[in-house]
Design a protein around this ligand. Sequence first.
Ligand code: PLP
Length: 355
Amino acid sequence: MSYSLHEKLKGLTPYEPVAGTFSVRLDANESYLNFPDWLRMELYEIISTFDFHRYPDVTAKTVRERYASYYGIDPDLLTAGNGSDELIMLIVSALLGKGERVMVIAPDFSMYGFYSRICENPVLVLPKGEDLTIDVDEVIRKAKEERVRAVFFSNPCNPTGQGLKREDVRRLIRSVEALVVLDEAYMDFWDQSLLSEVCDYENLIILRTCSKAFGMAALRLGFAVANPVITNALRAVKSPYNVNALTQEIAAAVLKYPDYIRACIRQILQSRDRLQEKLTELFAGKPDTRVYPTCTNFVLIKTPLSRLLFEALGKKGVAVRELNGCLRISAGSEAENEAVLTALSDCLKEGDKTI
Ligand SMILES: *Cc1c(COP(=O)(O)O)cnc(C)c1O
């Protein structure tokens, strides 16, 4: 007997976030705000009486209700996932047929294409133009021409930071004969969500996450929001105990404080604005360089020095993301922003031997 892995797994390696030890981490678009003490006290209470010996609620009812209430939507339209990441894999593996084609618009969140390839669904990659926005007419045309069965994209987009206006997203959904997976992971930082009208479409799934604006990346909690037909299907195919009970209870407790969450988002946006402004000043006049506008909690900079700066920052203990000739920097605390700006400014100074 001999066994060897399937062809499609050749060359795949386990996901590694930016490796190494860093004093400042602005590489993963997390919230820079950790839970305050008053909130932790409540969480200790939860743990002190927690039923560790019981399986979690299959439908994650309480946390779904509180999350839906934050947005004023119907909790029955939500399916909870172990991060929205799990939901992406679930959609690709269970809602698409064998070999059906998926379209992504690059650059975008890499997991859409990644899971599609693992599930042996061919991926059609439509490139974005110089300004990194989505050309909706081109998406519609290509989706029809290539008969794709699903279109995945993030809005606002990670890693570009660009947003597509509601009216354009509506037109896209209505014009393609495919499932549209609209990943609103960063929509808490912008105002063009389609959550309230999800039932107007038979081909729409909106993904949301608690990992970014809500500051709960450690807990792994995301939601798929869709009409009852799609929601039924998602709940039928998901792993029954996909969201652990501790995550459900802790997130439900945090969601009792919507004003606290809104205040965190305002704070993150202030940090983002400052970072954006300072980076624009810092890179002003540099050749072939562009600091993009942003609808998210991070800033994208195109620079021929991206690789060198990424490495030089790493040596100074500052983690950012380098993607294809760009740096992506998440908004941090005042001290963290200061650290990355100082480090960048030092690197950019003429005569600096590190770059
Ligand atoms: C971070 C991110 C996610 C992942 O969210 P999880 O809920 O933590 O799995 C999904 N989509 C985009 C675009 C992201 O940037």
